[in-house]
Ligand binder design. Structure first.
Ligand SMILES: [Zn+2]
Length: 447
């Protein structure tokens, strides 16, 4: 069975139970006590998921035996981190063995990631995992105080079945990023004006393009909060989205696997939601990152029984903030940056690995949409959908100069001007900022 929105609501009592638990932890005033009780809760959940896996999941039963890992012995995070990190390939290869023998009773629903690198990944989530996801989105969207459950919301994402759709049950107006062009920007603008949602959320590339198209028509659209999701939020997008919508931009990282969630608090810091999924940031050497260090984001889902993901490599990169305290009162760890996929890195002919190339676009204002393609180690093709004011001296030259600063002189850089519809999208309608034909595995050891 494939996912349908109502699957989120299979276990409404679970949603309320979790919400109550999470809120209780949030409300504790003393930082020390809060941290202590939070750790205790996460460890209880890890112990539960691992014990369940030992009992019901053949794959983990074998693995635990092999690593002499006993869930009952989990007395801290160090012991838990003895377990190996699993990848998407682990899930693909052991698909049957990773499923619970209680699958029938758990209301299992099949999910699929959009497979932006080619092969899609299938996995199952059960009623507990779906309840946790619902409670998590509820909590993230209401953060900031502008939206309450029952309020209207508009979303500009990869909706596939037409230009737009009203999902009345959830008071959601879905607008399709696939159809976003000059003409439909006006249609979407009018739909939003009529629907009057409290907040706007969507893919950063789409929200940015929508704002550019409205600005070109001298139209304005204001929201107190804009939630960006699903793609890496690039700095120039954030600046423009903030300015155009007059909004506080709250970036939210999550994924279909439902094991990780990073939200932006009212102070603008990015917190790892450790009571939704246990997040670890693991450096190249396999150790936990220290404040200031970057590493791969490895997550363990705390609720899914039908197909638990234990120490699952998301292939996203993040840097742990040097300053781990925040005025919002949360004790969840803070990351300063989420870098997006390992794949979003360009390799230079002299063997360097360069990420966050979005920063090279900071002086080039007349660009609607862009993407970078690296066919091989010596070449880089930058596709740009220009706006009307685009010209070589103010946009293209500064961009090439900035790219050169980061990538050096040895790589050939070619700029192609294209229509925004010619910029490739994934099946889910997301724009991949960097597309590379250099295998990710070659890059992995170097980040
Ligand atoms: Zn905070």
């Amino acid at each position: 069975m494939n996912f349908n929105f109502k699957d989120y609501l299979q276990a409404p009592l679970e949603i309320l139970k979790l919400r109550k638990k999470w809120k209780m932890l949030e409300r504790i005033r003393s930082r020390e006590e809060k941290q202590y009780l939070l750790n205790k809760y996460i460890l209880e959940r890890l112990k539960f998921i691992c014990s369940y896996s030992k009992q019901h999941i053949p794959y983990y039963r074998d693995e635990f035996l092999h690593y002499e890992f006993d869930p009952e012995k989990i007395d801290g995070f160090d012991y838990f981190s003895k377990l190996p990190i699993i990848s998407k390939d682990t899930v693909r290869t052991n698909f049957e063995k990773m499923q619970s023998d209680e699958k029938g009773a758990l209301n299992a629903v099949m999910f699929q990631t959009s497979g932006s690198t080619g092969t899609p990944l299938y996995f199952f989530k059960d009623k507990y995992a779906n309840a946790a996801s619902f409670a998590m989105f509820w909590r993230v969207w209401e953060n900031g105080g502008e939206w309450r459950i029952g309020n209207k919301i508009a979303a500009l994402t990869g909706y596939e079945d037409g230009k737009y759709f009203y999902q009345w049950k959830t008071r959601l107006l879905k607008l399709s990023s696939f159809y976003l062009n000059e003409e439909n920007a006006l249609l979407f603008y009018n739909l939003i004006k009529k629907f009057r949602p409290k907040i706007l959320r969507g893919y950063p590339s789409a929200l940015y393009l929508f704002a550019k198209l409205l600005e070109a028509r001298n139209l304005s659209l204001k929201f107190p909060i804009v939630i960006t999701e699903s793609e890496t939020l690039l700095d120039f997008q954030k600046d423009f989205i903030e300015r155009f919508y007059g909004a506080k931009v709250m970036d939210h990282y999550s994924h279909w696997e439902g094991v990780g969630s990073i939200y932006t608090c009212e102070c603008g810091k990015k917190h790892l939601l450790q009571d939704f999924g246990y997040h670890e940031i693991i450096t190249d050497s396999g150790k936990a990152a220290k404040p200031g260090e970057e590493g791969r984001l490895v997550c363990t889902g705390l609720y899914n029984r039908v197909m638990p993901l234990i120490r699952y490599d998301t292939r996203d990169l993040a840097r742990l903030d040097e300053n781990q305290s925040c005025d919002c009162g949360s004790v969840f760890p803070i990351v300063s940056q989420i870098f997006g996929r390992v794949e979003d890195v360009v390799v230079t002919p002299d063997g360097r690995f360069v990420g966050r190339l979005d920063a090279a676009f900071k002086y080039s204002k007349n660009i609607e949409l862009s993407s970078i393609y690296q066919p091989d180690i010596n070449n880089l093709i930058v596709s740009i959908a220009p706006t009307k004011g685009y010209n070589y001296d103010t946009d293209e030259k500064p961009l090439i100069d900035e790219l050169r600063k980061r990538l050096g002189d040895k790589i050939n850089i070619k700029v192609n001007l294209v229509k925004n519809t010619d910029i490739p999208r994934t099946k889910g309608g997301k724009v991949r900022f960097v597309i590379s034909d250099i295998p990710a595995e070659k890059k992995l050891g170097h980040i």
